[in-house]
Ligand binder design. Structure first.
Ligand code: C5P
Length: 354
């Protein structure tokens, strides 16, 4: 793990973890709002959102990588852009670039499953069930990265899953009517939710998330290639699986061509969803580089608490004792996991020595 640079005097490692927690909470709310409270005839295409996400993320990563190569170059200023472009091209299409095709495909599948899940489950249920990726990530980290987890860390992970489960108890029972704020309570969800489909999608997404994240970490930490170059490679390989569903989508009778269809019904909420996803993708990459996937899991479980609180304000959600108990368990597990090795338990005073 590389030493973390600082941002405004704070270690980038922690800044990125906190930013990711806030971004996760924001994404589930914005995405849910954009999908569920829109009449089906005005719904945007999730496939377009997945493609735009990759195009924007890849574009931003390319610009950052280009600036970094330019700055590192010792060529005269006038020749830097050309030599940087040449070097970047060689780095992006390096012999090992194919390795990124695997997480790229997994992430496209995951990002698409996320739309299915969020469109069929209440925000809180989705957010909580999706935290099961913590356990899949830990299992893949141990299997593929040979990470050693102490019994205390395994216990913390189990508590985390337990806390997540307890929070979920409150979202069971008969479905509640969601009412978005500011709608004078007359705007009901315009989309019929199918919880079984939602749970299936979220379970599959937990597996792709664990596998893709750990695979990306393995590629990143086992080579010297720059993070932003790896991100460009990831987005590049995502383009094919992201474009295919759009090309092979059943043609509507009033198709207006590929590009106009791509942006059909893309209003403010759709763009907000894509922007939050792009930002999240970039922060995730920084988190994987300077922390690891398991810590990423803890950061995002803290986002449950944020998104639940927001759901109370925005969607008329009620806080129950199980929410308080579950969130406290999640917080305690986070604290427990982050105890430095050897300090997990308070030392027992040795009375014989005194
Ligand atoms: O849920 P999870 O944390 O696995 O989601 C990771 C998200 O971050 C995915 O949407 C994926 O597309 C994105 N990502 C990214 N660039 C990376 C790693 C992940 O955009 N280098």
């Amino acid at each position: 793990q590389e030493s973390s640079p600082k941002i405004l005097g704070l270690p980038l490692k922690y800044v990125s973890l906190v930013t990711l927690a806030v971004q996760n909470a924001a994404l589930s709310i914005v995405m849910h709002y954009s999908r569920v409270f829109t009449p089906p005839s005005q719904a945007y295409s999730p496939a377009s959102a997945v493609l735009l996400n990759e195009l924007l993320k890849g574009g931003i990563s390319l610009v950052i990588a280009f600036i970094r190569v330019c700055n590192a170059s010792d060529a005269p200023w006038s020749q830097r852009p050309l030599s940087a472009a040449n070097r970047l091209y060689r780095e992006i299409f390096s012999p090992d670039c194919w390795k990124l095709s695997i997480p790229a495909l997994l992430y496209v599948v995951q990002n698409s499953l996320q739309f299915v899940a969020i469109s069929n489950l209440p925000v809180a249920t989705f957010q909580v069930t999706y935290q099961m990726k913590i356990l899949t990530t830990a299992a893949f980290s141990v299997a593929m990265l040979r990470k050693k987890l102490t019994p205390v860390k395994w216990l913390a992970l189990t508590f985390l899953a337990l806390g997540v489960g307890i929070v979920q108890i409150q979202s069971g029972g008969p479905p509640k009517k969601e009412i978005p704020v500011g709608s004078a309570h007359d705007l009901a969800p315009m989309h019929f939710m199918n919880p079984l489909k939602g749970f299936g999608a979220v379970t599959a997404a937990c597996f792709t998330s664990g596998l893709a994240g750990v695979y990306f970490e393995m590629v990143l930490k086992n080579s010297k290639a720059d993070l932003w170059v790896r991100n460009v490679q990831l987005s590049f390989f995502s383009l094919i699986p992201a474009v295919l569903p759009i090309l092979y989508a059943p043609q509507t009778h009033n198709s207006r061509g590929f590009f106009l269809d791509l942006f059909r019904n893309f209003g403010g909420w759709a763009w907000a969803t894509v922007a939050t996803q792009v930002f999240g993708g970039l922060v995730t990459a920084v988190v994987i580089k300077y922390s690891d996937n398991i810590l990423k899991g803890f950061a995002t479980s803290l986002s449950i608490i944020l998104s639940f609180s927001a759901s109370v304000v925005l969607f008329n959600f009620r806080i129950t004792p199980s929410f308080v108990l579950g969130s406290s368990t999640v917080l305690a597990a986070t604290w427990m996991y982050n105890q430095p090795a050897g300090q997990e338990m308070p030392p027992i005073p040795n009375v014989m020595m005194t």
